[in-house]
Design a protein around this ligand. Structure first.
Ligand code: TXA
Ligand code: MG
Length: 367
């Protein structure tokens, strides 16, 4: 089993403070209630539980407990100036932790919650600075995944949860990837199967007069504009040359990075295929293991050690769903040099290209 293999591989470098991570599969049976109760108890006692959401797996701790937030940073190896998202499971809990003076948050919640949308608002005092990286604002999300909702409820209503990956790795889209990164470091993993969306939630900042998207996701700018009127997008999102600091502290880190070198090749489709094949041949000549992120339309045209399709170029949802899994598969295969096709940046494509550009350290090769 993959899970045991992961454990064996880690065995050699077992750390002294490593804990036993409980692993519970949510199977839809009557036993799920017991599992959630146990998980909720762990969170209430200050422990950490990874759980599925509709976007990616989260690494949960009690958002009102400063010690839990400190543990989250330690388990992820995450810089403590990078704030966490507080997850809730009731509309009415929003006003317990954040201010909504102009009722914009209520309107956005009505339109997109429960769902893949996070709002930045001025925080109330119940949220400790440890949870918000010292900021006086708080990120709030009400996820739609039923396991997430039931767990948040069982934990008392406020669960701080970043994505459940080691800092710098792609966010986990299934429980096996959570185990790869977190086994031995957290109390429990709740396995609720593969996630639906595969990329993290859209983040919109409502603390300024004009709302601003700090991280693109499934909920697009157009969708938000229907509720809020004019919405802008943090220009650091797709622009590498910008020396402005991103407004979401987490967006400044080189995220989602595979272990090998990734570059995006952009241009007319047949030129892209030809150039990627040339580049792979060159790398192979230097004895390097090569990988290609292709689409259903082109997957048969490439020659590399590892060729993976993210789905049809026309199906943004499929691309979003498989991108992180493929980046992790390249790591598993030990791929050293990787090339990806570029994708449209319309709609959800903006979120896809944002994550891909970050994974590639903004290395784009035009043809
Ligand atoms: O889909 C998601 O949002 C997932 C699931 C688990 O809900 N969570 C997630 O959390 O992606 P994380 O911690 O990996 O990313 C949160 C991002 C970071 O870039 C962080 O800097 C930003 O949100 N953020 C959090 N609080 C903020 C705040 N008060 N102001 C600005 N940015 C904030
Ligand atoms: Mg993350």
């Amino acid at each position: 089993m993959w899970y045991n293999k992961t454990k064996q591989a880690r065995g050699a470098r077992k750390e002294a403070d490593e804990m036993k991570t409980l692993y519970e599969v949510m199977d839809g049976s009557g036993k799920d209630e017991e599992r959630l109760k146990k998980a909720g108890g762990i969170l209430k006692a200050g422990g950490l539980v990874a759980f599925p959401t509709e976007t990616v797996y989260g690494l949960g701790g009690d958002a009102l407990n400063p010690a839990s937030s400190r543990k989250i940073y330690a388990a992820k190896g995450r810089p403590s100036d990078n704030p966490l998202i507080v997850h809730i499971c009731r509309f009415s809990d929003l006003e317990r932790i954040a201010w909504d003076p102009d009722h914009r948050a209520a309107a956005v919640a009505k339109a997109f919650w429960p769902g893949p949308l996070t709002m930045i608002l001025k925080k109330k005092d119940v949220i400790p600075p440890e949870t918000t990286g010292g900021l006086d604002t708080v990120a709030v999300r009400f996820p739609s995944h039923p396991v997430a909702q039931r767990l948040i409820d069982a934990a008392g209503g406020f669960v701080a949860a970043p994505s459940a990956n080691t800092s710098g790795r792609p966010s986990p889209t299934s429980a096996r990837y959570v185990a790869e990164d977190m086994d031995g470091k957290i109390d429990m993993i709740l396995d609720g199967g593969d996630v639906g969306i595969g990329l993290e939630s859209t983040i919109v900042d409502l603390t300024e007069k004009e709302p601003m998207i700090l991280r693109p996701g499934y909920v697009t700018q157009e969708m938000l504009e229907e509720v809020l009127g004019s919405v802008s997008t943090d220009r650091t999102i797709l622009d590498a040359s910008s020396d402005v600091r991103p407004r979401a502290p987490g967006m400044k880190y080189r995220h989602y990075a595979p272990q090998g070198d990734l570059a995006i090749v952009e241009g007319e489709p047949d030129k892209v295929v030809r150039r990627i094949n040339e580049l792979c041949a060159e790398a192979a000549g230097q004895g390097k293991k090569t990988g290609v992120i292709a689409t259903d339309e082109t997957v048969r045209l490439y020659h590399a050690d590892c060729v993976r399709s993210v789905g049809s170029r026309l199906d943004e949802a499929a691309i979003a769903h498989s991108l992180y899994r493929i980046l992790r598969e390249f790591d598993d295969e030990g791929t050293q040099v990787m090339y990806s096709e570029a994708f449209s940046d319309r709609g959800m494509g903006q979120a896809i290209m944002n994550r891909l550009l970050k994974a590639a350290g903004h290395h784009v090769i035009p043809v």
